[in-house]
Design a protein around this ligand. Structure first.
Ligand SMILES: Cc1cc2nc3c(=O)[nH]c(=O)nc-3n(C[C@H](O)[C@H](O)[C@H](O)COP(=O)(O)O)c2cc1C
Length: 369
C-alpha cells in the first residue's frame, strides 16, 4: 500500500490508542513483525508547537520506530500546518489528522469528531497541511455523528480533493461509541467515494479471519488495528501470514508471551524510567494475561508492580502456579482458555448471545473513542 510518497511494506497499520501506543508498545509490535505503519497517540498541535513536555513525549521516537505517523488534533489551520512542518523536519514519515475523537474537550474546540460535521473547515485545515509538507497527510474518522448523519463519504471526498494521502475509517458512528456493529457497508461507501485514495478499514479486527472479511466486504486497501493489537501483539504477523498463505499461525507459547511481555516492560523502563515504566505497565500486563488462562492473582500482583525485578518474580511464580491448568503436553487445557473476542461484523446476532465476547475496551484517559 502506498500513502502518497510513502511505500509501506505491509498494508496493516497500528491504530492510535491514547495512553497505549507509546514508543515501547510500537517497538514491541514492530519487533514481532507484520505491521506496515504505526501511529502515535493523538497530539495537540498547539501544545507540540509550544514545546509542551507531555506533547513532545508523545512524539518520542527512535530509528527502529519507523515508519511512524504522528496523529495531530486541533482546529486552527495555522497550528496544524506548522505542527506538520515541525514533524516533517524531525523525520516523521506521515502526519494523521484526528477527526474521530468524541471526547468533549477535543470536540468543543472544533477538532476530533466535530470536524466530521464541517467538511469545508476540515478540508481547509488538511489542504493547508498538504501544501506545506512533502510527507503524506492522512485523516482518521468515524462514519459520521450518528446514523442520520453519515458524513464520511462526503468528507473523505472533500479531503481527497485537497490531497489527503489516505483515509482511515472506523466503521462506527460517534453516537455508537464502541457498541453495536462495525458497519462494513459504511466503510465500503467511503472506498467508493474516493476511488484514487487508499482507504484503511478499522474496527474490531482481532483475528486473521476478521481481517479477510473486512478487506473482502469493503474493498479497503489496508487495515487499521487498535484493540486487537493490545489483545494480541502478534496479530499483524498472523494476518500477514494468513492472507499470504491461507494458513493459520500457531498461538505463541507461554514462554514466548512471557518473553515479549518482559521486553515490553524493559522498553517502558528504558523510555520512562523504572518507577513510571512499571506503573504504566500495570495496565498492560493484564492484556497479555488474557491469553494465558486463569490470571486473577497474576493481575492483582501486576497491578502493584514497582520494579523490574518484581516482574521477574511474578512471572516465575505464575509459571509454577499455572501448571495446575496444563495438560500432559504442557498446553493450557481448553476449559481454562477464556473465549476470544469476536468482531461484531462476524456475529449474526447479539455479540454475547452465543458465549462469544465483544472486543474489550481498555480503560484509559478517555472512556470511549
Ligand atoms: C483507549 C483508546 C484510545 C484511543 N485513542 C485514539 C486516538 O488517540 N486517536 C484516534 O484517532 N483514535 C483513537 N482510538 C480509536 C482507535 O484508534 C480505533 O479507531 C478504535 O479503537 C476501533 O478500532 P479497534 O477495534 O481496532 O480498536 C482510541 C480507542 C481506544 C479504545
Amino acid at each position: 500500500m502506498r500513502l502518497g510518497s510513502l511505500q509501506l511494506a505491509h498494508p496493516y497499520c497500528l491504530s492510535p490508542l491514547a495512553g497505549y501506543t507509546n514508543l515501547p508498545f510500537r517497538l514491541v509490535i514492530r519487533e514481532i513483525g507484520g505491521v506496515g505503519l504505526c501511529t502515535t497517540d493523538l497530539v495537540n498541535a498547539r501544545s507540540l508547537l509550544e514545546g509542551n513536555p507531555k506533547a513532545c513525549l508523545l512524539t518520542q521516537t527512535c530509528p527502529a520506530d519507523s515508519p511512524l505517523a504522528v496523529q495531530l488534533f486541533g482546529n486552527s489551520p495555522e497550528y496544524m500546518r506548522d505542527a506538520a512542518v515541525l514533524l516533517e523536519s524531525q523525520g516523521v514519515a506521515s502526519v494523521d489528522v484526528n477527526m474521530g475523537c468524541p471526547v468533549p474537550k477535543v470536540c468543543k474546540t472544533g477538532g476530533g469528531s466535530a470536524m466530521m460535521a464541517d467538511a469545508a473547515a476540515a478540508a481547509r485545515i488538511v489542504g493547508g497541511m498538504v501544501a506545506a509538507v512533502k510527507i503524506p497527510v492522512t485523516c482518521k474518522m468515524r462514519l459520521g455523528w450518528d446514523d442520520e448523519n453519515i458524513t464520511a463519504p462526503d468528507l473523505a471526498r472533500a479531503l481527497a480533493d485537497v490531497g489527503a494521502a489516505a483515509i482511515f475509517v472506523h466503521g462506527r458512528t460517534r453516537e455508537q461509541g464502541f457498541g453495536g456493529r462495525v458497519n462494513l457497508g459504511g466503510i465500503r461507501a467511503v472506498v467508493e467515494a474516493v476511488p484514487r485514495t487508499p482507504v484503511i478499514g478499522n474496527g474490531d479486527i482481532t483475528t486473521p479471519d476478521a481481517a479477510k472479511v473486512m478487506l473482502e466486504r469493503t474493498g479497503c486497501a489496508g487495515l487499521g488495528i487498535g484493540r486487537g493489537a493490545l489483545y494480541n501483539p502478534w496479530i499483524f504477523r498472523h494476518i500477514a501470514h494468513f492472507l499470504h498463505t491461507g494458513e493459520t499461525s500457531p498461538e505463541p507459547s507461554f514462554e514466548e508471551r512471557a518473553l515479549v511481555m518482559s521486553r515490553h516492560l524493559g522498553l517502558m523502563v528504558d523510555v520512562f524510567g523504572e518507577k513510571s515504566g512499571c506503573c504504566m505497565f500495570r495496565k498492560i500486563g493484564p492484556w497479555y494475561a488474557r491469553r494465558l488462562g486463569p490470571s486473577h492473582e497474576f493481575n492483582r500482583r501486576i497491578t502493584r508492580l514497582e520494579t523490574r525485578a518484581q516482574f521477574d518474580e511474578i512471572i516465575a511464580w505464575y509459571r509454577e502456579w499455572r501448571k495446575q491448568f496444563l495438560d500432559e503436553r504442557g498446553e493450557l487445557q481448553p476449559r481454562f482458555c477464556s473465549p476470544q473476542p469476536v468482531a461484531s461484523f462476524l456475529l449474526d446476532q447479539d455479540a454475547t448471545a452465543d458465549g462469544t465476547r465483544p472486543v474489550p475496551v481498555p480503560k484509559g484517559p478517555v472512556t470511549y473513542w
